[in-house]
Design a protein. Structure first.
Length: 162
């Protein structure tokens, strides 16, 4: 069984896109604290890539913002490819099937992203999926991830103030 349930804070606003086939897609970075303290007495933070499709992507782009505390349920997908020079690469993504905002807005919590029309495995398949995540795209994403200016927090802990 491939099921994950995560609670963490968004490191940036969701990046919303629409595929050439008209399918909504949102990419996010989620800061998730480990449940133990390291030698310095701090809880280490893992930064995870989260991808949402269709209704869940639209919900994320409309209601979620940098710093929001969210709960994500979904699954892990592994992308493997080779760079132009033949070096193997691998990335892991959390495919969000449901996202709940745990950050109160106006004294209430946001609605759930779950939609009866969004079924597990309802992501684009075949040419649509290959078009969005071709080896060239994955290589470009890797290069962008290495040089996107995004740094995990140092003194700016996303969990301060809890």
């Amino acid at each position: 069984m491939n099921t994950v349930c995560l609670t963490g804070r968004l490191g940036q606003d969701p990046e919303f896109k629409t595929t050439s086939g008209g399918i909504s897609l949102a990419k996010m970075r989620l800061a998730v604290r480990r449940p133990y303290k390291d030698a310095s007495g701090e809880n280490p933070t893992d930064w995870l890539d989260v991808v949402a499709w269709r209704h869940t992507a639209e919900y994320a782009s409309q209601y979620l913002h940098k710093g929001d505390l969210i709960a994500v349920t979904g699954r892990v997908e592994v992308q493997e490819w080779e760079t132009a020079d033949g070096a193997p690469r691998r990335s892991y993504e959390i495919i969000a099937e449901n996202i709940d905002s745990l950050t109160p807005r106006d004294g209430r919590q946001e609605q759930r992203s779950e939609d009866p029309g969004d079924e597990p495995g309802d992501e684009p398949q075949g040419e649509e999926a290959d078009e969005e995540f071709s080896p060239e795209d994955l290589e470009a994403m890797e290069a962008a991830a290495d040089d996107d200016g995004f740094e995990p927090p140092g003194d700016d802990d996303p969990f301060d103030g809890e």
